[in-house]
Design a protein around this ligand. Sequence first.
Ligand code: CMC
Length: 435
Amino acid sequence: MADSLTITDNRTGKQYEIPIEYGTYPKRSAFVRAFDLRQIKVADDDFGLLSYDPSFMNTASCRSAVTFIEGDEGTLRYRGYAIEELAHKSSFLEVAYLILHGELPTPAQLEEWRWQITHHTILHENIKTFMEGFRYDAHPMGILVGTVAALSTFYPDAKNITDVRSRSIQIHRLVAKMPTIAAFAYRHSIGMPYAYPDNDLSYTGNFLNMMYKMTELKYQPDPVLEHVLDVLFILHADHEQNCSANAMRSVASSHSDPFVAVAAATAALSGPLHGGANERVLRMLQEIGHKDQVADYVKQAKSGEYRLMGFGHRVYKNYDPRARILKELAQQVFEVTGKNPLLDIALELERIALEDDYFVERKLYPNVDFYSGIIYQAMGFPTDMFPVLFALPRTVGWLAQWQEMLKDPEQKIARPRQVYTGESERSLVPLEVRG
Ligand code: CMC
């Protein structure tokens, strides 16, 4: 057999032929099925060989046609389209449609999609009351997780996950309502009355309206900032099987509804090693304080005292293409808002780290979170809103991953095996004689 692996089990001397299969692109994404190892046994009653792969370092958990990353080259594509092309020529809602449906929309399809999203932005008034129960200083990411989960109780029809029409409605609801919840969470945290959605505005224009509208009758977003936020949302829309996408798939694999699954994915995103990193980058830059302090800071990061936030990636072993686009975008933002003084520290940090053997050897480059925080801060977003700004567009990716999983006949409830390392069987010693 040409495309196969011959395994010799030296315990028994037996040989096994394991077929090698391929993804569609590139040809070198060859894989073997872990289940094929189960036939490798020392005795008939043996369980069979398991593959052990903590943190999924080398395990594909699914087949996916949504996003393609070539980590060594630093390439990212959604449905085959380069992220650079989408960022320059498309809009977030168009990209959201592409990610969810597999093809770019026609003008009529885009109009219908935009209409659906625009007309699902309002939250039930009881959700507002629910949100008021959070403490005045609650982190908006915690509010987002709790409130999205609560939506499940408002839309019991979402449990019909096998119904295509129901799935489509829940997708409209989630994509439309995430910005409203996010903006309400922010207004709650600063004690401001909530600003309701404005259907005349774009997706990002309306989000800025709900965040920043004061007493004016009609909020007019700055067109440059509205556009930049739209591009930021494109860059964050999906990133294949990352920690939160894996949480989405894993939770939804038990056939729970998409609201609780998105809440779980949002919770996974909130950690500082994932979407919470943008918040930590900003705090790190503030802590460094001046570009003259950067070299000392890098030295401490190398000693293992802490990590450089916004650096490194499980898949990219080259410059994250999203970080490159963000660096360009920062200039556009600063022309409107004035330069964020933290930019000089970030540029110096990047320069020193990219010349340093520690980072070069480990292939640690700036990732998407490195420059996004500086932009968000210049646009007036408070630091604890940064992970929320990541969760909004990523909801699209999570929902695409969810749909793909439900349609995939090979997918079942996610239930990894373990390698047991505890005690073998023993008998209980009565409490009186213990110790
Ligand atoms: N600063 C200093 N050293 C680092 C860093 C960093 N940011 N990232 C990795 N390393 C070192 C790490 O100590 C290890 O060194 P050694 O081989 O000597 O033990 C080596 O590089 C490999 O690291 P790892 O932890 O095995 O790599 P991983 O693939 O498990 O982790 C990561 C990937 C993103 C969690 C990690 O690079 C990290 O913690 N980065 C900082 C947090 C961050 O920016 N996260 C955002 C990721 S991009 C957006 C997203 O996914 O949300």
